[in-house]
Design a protein around this ligand. Sequence first.
Ligand code: ES4
Ligand code: ZN
Length: 319
Amino acid sequence: MALPKTELHLHIEGSLEPEMMFALAQKNGVALPYADVDAVRAAYQFDSLQSFLDLYYAGASVLITEQDFYDLTWAYVLRAHADNIVHTEIFYDPQTHTARGIAFAVPLAGIRRALADAFTQFGMTSKLILCFLRHLSEADGFATLEQAMPYLAQIDGVGLDSSELGHPPSKFAALFARCAELGLPAVAHAGEEGPAAYIWEALDLLKSTRIDHGVRCTEDAALVARLAADRVPLTVCPLSNLKLCVVDDLAAHNLRTLLNAGLCAMVNSDDPAYFGGYLNTNLLACRAALDLNKAEIVQLILNSFEASWLSAEQKAAWQ
Ligand code: ES4
Ligand code: ZN
């Protein structure tokens, strides 16, 4: 897994390792409902997306200062560099922080400073995607966009994450239309726990340029044909799917089916601190469970570059 690669589906708050969670809790005087790091790891047993999100939002409460967000992001950069990720497009959830009284500018500045250092030290390029929380209202999303307005030069696109079922993309059609007017490209989580219909909505109503997860697309042949025809990328997260019981067994994952259907699918780590591994661990687990051959691994990595927001020149430089 030494090949240069990109990562396109990574929630920076989901890279918060228990050790850092504890250290920041202590420094910031935030109470955690766990005795120690081992107790946190032992709690990472999920039966659904929601059971994970409850812990993920609780964990994020230890992040207070700009330096905390820097340290979080820098720790991810080091792990990404170790996996030979040369370009990463990361999500962050500003509403998780502004809802706790953290100023909008604080997470953005810390994350951006670490990404700038990643470029200086390793030549690692990056994009930053502001994700709206779909369990909150569209009005809350519009208020967040308003807060983002002075900083749009630092935001490369918008996404949609959090609790999927009951919160279809259509709920955010007006918000994403406004983002498009502002020149912000969109992505959206769809077809993780939600049905194929949510993927259609993400494409047609949100103008999503990629689908995050999207694994339930195989329930709708017409949708697979659309995704293949338009080369709409699917940012698949296999260990996430396993941990959140989207699949019972990695050997039953439809990753190869997606590739064989001609889809631009690739592997990502999603929330690596919670799901048992960073990008190379995901690729190795898939190779073992699905018996992927070298050509299939290379295809996944080529797809990660194709699906990225790197310029044509940057992509060509990595071929
Ligand atoms: C997430 Cl795995 C997943 N799905 C939806 N929203 C998320 N936020 C962080 N991880
Ligand atoms: Zn995700």
